[in-house]
Design a protein around this ligand. Structure first.
Ligand SMILES: *Cc1c(COP(=O)(O)O)cnc(C)c1O
Length: 398
């Protein structure tokens, strides 16, 4: 292993006394981000004013940062651009892909997908009208359900609740065999383990930057369009910054070159600056090392928790190839148990109806953290200290 994870841990600003196992939901703050954002505010916005779009390179930032993300997801240079929220990027990818498979109108997804992806697909199908439908099957049935009626297979690679992971290459092979296109959601993959979009035949992919890429709350999403599709993909949200020549101010829309046609409007420069600085953390990181270390941490946690808490049921697949970078357990009182855990400084999260979710990222979590977190969880269950009214009152965000 060549990656120095003790060194990457020092690049993060983690609160004292907290073991953070929720970077899969909101990544923690890399130390370099505050300074970079402050500089973007005072030296760029403050001093350059409108000149910053050229002088500070703001207009190039979505594609430049997109190329940095591309390296982490096995994408070709020039195939990724940043902007908007993930839900919007799902809409764009799906609408473009659907249009590229004429004569078919079925979007196939699975019941393990994140609701926003399914709501967006449903909304698009209703806008397009007759001949279009969203079909969802159980995750294990996806391969068998890909047939000649399917236009687009839209899947989140890693299940946000259980951590179960699809076989990207196998799904691509089957989809392409029947002439369907693929849209991957990498929300729980990008920065969690090596992804090989180009090698595994992806057509479109989307993902967010505020989870494993640590861009901060509301950080921009990314969209990938395979180079072979870029000239043909028509942006459904045809905003001015996706135009071939935005500053010609033409009255008719002509899509821009390459993946930049998927840009919509003015990019969030402060959040892009935060992401750009956050990506520095990855400079010396070998993704194969990251994967090996992540699995070792997960296995250590599973063994300690299963050894000490027989009442928790593992919801994550045991086979390494079938999981991402999170470990989930089921318990009917999962919400209260998680609140008790958070009160002791171990931060994970809860997903209805009964999932306790823990994200593992070796960038800032080490074996001592895992041992300590498991020890506290075991104690909470043994003593029943979670069984108190204040731990059962549901907050707005779980
Ligand atoms: C986190 C997540 C989202 C969130 O979408 P936003 O538009 O960024 O709020 C969507 N889809 C999946 C699969 C996610 O994990």
């Amino acid at each position: 292993m060549t990656t120095d994870f003790a060194a990457t841990k020092r690049l993060f600003d983690l609160p004292a006394g907290v073991i953070y196992l929720d970077g899969n939901s909101l990544g923690p703050l890399p130390k370099s981000v505050a300074e970079r954002v402050a500089q973007t505010i005072t030296a760029e916005w403050g001093q350059m004013l409108i000149r910053g779009w050229n002088a500070a390179g703001w207009m190039d930032l979505p594609a430049r940062v997109g190329d940095r993300v591309a390296r982490l997801i096995g994408a070709e240079p020039g195939s990724v651009v940043m902007g908007d929220t993930l839900s919007i990027k799902v809409y764009q990818a799906l609408a473009s892909a659907l249009e590229m498979v004429p004569g078919r109108g079925v979007i196939l997804s699975d019941t393990g997908n994140f609701p926003s992806d399914l709501y967006i697909a449903d909304g698009l199908v209703r806008t397009l009208g007759p001949g279009h439908a969203l079909r969802t099957v159980a995750p294990e049935e996806v391969l068998a359900a890909i047939d000649e009626t399917v236009a687009v297979v839209m899947l989140t690679e890693t299940d946000y609740r259980t951590g179960r992971r699809h076989d990207m290459a196998a799904v691509a092979a089957r989809a392409h065999e029947v002439g369907a296109l693929l849209v991957w959601d990498l929300a729980h993959s990008a920065g969690a383990f090596p992804v090989h979009l180009a090698q595994d035949g992806a057509d479109f992919a989307v993902g967010c930057s505020y989870k494993y890429l640590n861009s901060g709350p509301g950080g921009p999403a990314f969209i990938y369009v395979a180079p072979r599709h870029q000239a043909r993909a028509r942006p459904a949200l045809s905003g001015w910054l996706g135009h071939e020549a935005p500053f010609a101010f033409d009255l008719d829309y002509r899509p821009g070159h390459g993946v930049e046609r998927m840009r919509v409007g003015t990019p969030p420069i402060l959040q892009l600056a935060a992401l750009d600085a956050a990506l520095d953390v990855w400079e010396g990181v070998d993704l194969a090392d990251l994967r090996a270390a992540s699995l070792a941490l997960q296995d250590r946690f599973i063994a300690a928790v299963e050894g000490g808490c027989p009442e928790l049921r593992l919801a994550t697949p045991r086979a390494h190839a079938d999981r991402g970078s999170q470990v989930s357990f089921r318990h009917p009182e999962g919400y209260a148990i998680m609140q008790a855990l958070i009160a002791e400084g171990v931060i994970g999260d809860f997903r209805a109806p009964d999932i306790l979710r823990f994200g593992f990222t070796p960038l800032y979590i080490d074996r001592l953290d895992v041992d300590r977190a498991a020890e506290i969880l075991v104690r909470i269950l043994k003593t029943g200290s979670w069984d108190r009214p204040e731990f059962k009152a549901r907050a707005r965000v779980t």
